[in-house]
Write a protein that binds this ligand. Structure first.
Ligand code: AMP
Ligand code: MG
Length: 391
């Protein structure tokens, strides 16, 4: 239901410098060959291979070809041109001899070639990397540093991609304070907002800080309105449970089309999701671990879909339980915060990263995976358990 309400954002042409991590929507085509001219793969001498059939042989050096210079002097029989890596292969030459296989001729002016060359040696040919008209990347490619380099190498300044989604993050709760200073009795510091803003950034989206709202309908309404005006999706935390002051529910029900779920998972049971005037809104639970796990399970796949990614879910792989993960049947999937390490044979091993209650954030910070315990009695030490990798 969530994915059905989170369509891909409209694509646009972004400068390469802004497109890291974005997903292409159309085939990108090379406008010219790369390399666009035959050039040297080595520092050395451009020669006619036939002249080096019998070595050592001394050739007359008739010029120098530097990278960036236009094609220079022609190499005639018995001649060579000193050449640098990346320089145009001079007309007449059909091979490069690397400088390490040469020495200055004793009588001066020439170069002694010590090894025979074959035609084509150390020459990079036009179009060897990319051909004009070639499709560079399939639609749906997530652009990494290398992709951006390839696009730059054919002279593209912009690329048509799904832009990063702007995702608003709002904390709610009368008890929340931000920053340093004394806590009054009952107050706690807002940890969900920095966490969720960072999770948004890690998901390749643009985090938009909507601040903290008290448990007050007008304040929550105003913050959601600000979010709707400037964001492609909104995450709230807190106030979606069944407490007396859980006003997020009242406000979102009035503003949009919301679903209120109790999901059969632990942690992260309460979840609200819906749209407010077309903008997806995720009402994540207030408990810090629950809000992180809810983000992973429900918001991140949706944000990845909105930003055009084809792979929405984290990888799930088998691992060996280094300790028993026992549980009771309760109809829920349990997600256990674990540290996963790989042994010399490439097998993954997991152990708990700390206590598992949903307010214990440090164990979540230390975890790099969530072990998935389906309903039942859990897994004995040494048993097999499936884990969702978070990194
Ligand atoms: P709630 O979902 O509003 O009932 O909150 C559940 C628990 O999470 C309560 O203990 C809240 O104090 C705590 N909590 C809610 N929001 C935050 C937040 N932004 N940072 C840290 N803890 C929070
Ligand atoms: Mg609350």
């Amino acid at each position: 239901m969530i994915l059905a309400a989170c369509p891909v954002l409209p694509s646009k042409a972004l400068p390469l410098g802004d497109a890291l991590g974005c997903v292409t929507v159309a085939p990108v085509v090379a406008g010219h060959d790369v390399p666009s001219f035959a050039n040297s793969a080595m520092d050395g001498f451009a020669v006619r291979a036939a002249d080096t059939a019998t070595v050592p042989v001394t050739l007359q050096v008739v010029g120098t070809a530097a990278a960036g210079a236009a094609p220079g002097v022609e190499v005639g029989p018995g001649e060579a041109v000193r050449i640098m890596t990346g320089a145009v292969v001079p007309p007449g030459a059909d091979a490069i001899v690397m400088v390490e296989r040469t020495s200055p001729a004793v009588d001066g002016g020439g170069v002694r070639i010590d090894v025979p060359a074959s035609p084509g040696d150390h020459i990079r040919h036009p179009g060897e990397d990319l051909r004009a008209g070639q499709e560079l990347f399939d639609p749906g490619t997530e652009l990494g540093p290398g992709h951006l380099g390839v696009l730059a190498s054919v002279g593209l300044e912009t690329v048509e991609v799904v832009p990063p989604a702007r995702v608003g993050v709002l904390s709610t709760g009368d008890e929340l304070v931000s920053g340093p200073g004394e806590l009054r009795p009952g107050q706690i510091r807002d940890s969900n907002r920095p966490t969720l803003l960072a999770l948004v950034a890690r998901a390749g989206c643009i985090p938009v800080d909507l601040g903290t709202a008290p448990d007050d309908e007008a304040a929550i309404t105003a913050a959601i309105e600000r979010g709707i005006a400037s964001c492609d999706a909104i995450l709230t935390s807190g106030g979606v449970s069944v407490g007396d002051f859980d006003y997020v529910k009242t406000v979102l029900d009035r503003m949009g089309d919301m679903h209120w779920w109790q999901v059969a998972v632990r942690p992260a049971k309460p979840l609200a999701f819906g749209t407010v005037r077309g903008t997806p809104v995720f009402g994540l639970p207030g408990n810090p671990v629950s809000s992180m796990v809810s983000f992973e399970l429900f918001a991140r796949p949706a944000l990845r879909q909105m930003t055009g990614h084809l792979q929405l879910l984290r990888p799930e792989v088998p691992a060996v339980a280094e300790e028993a993960f026992l549980r009771r049947p309760d109809g829920k999937l349990h997600l256990v915060r674990v540290v996963a390490t790989t042994d010399d044979d490439g097998r993954l091993h997991v152990r708990a990263s700390g206590g598992q209650a949903s307010h214990l954030l440090r164990a979540m910070a230390l975890a790099n995976a969530l072990a998935l315990l389906p309903d039942g009695e859990g897994v004995a030490e040494g048993g097999r358990v499936k884990v969702m990798l978070l990194t």
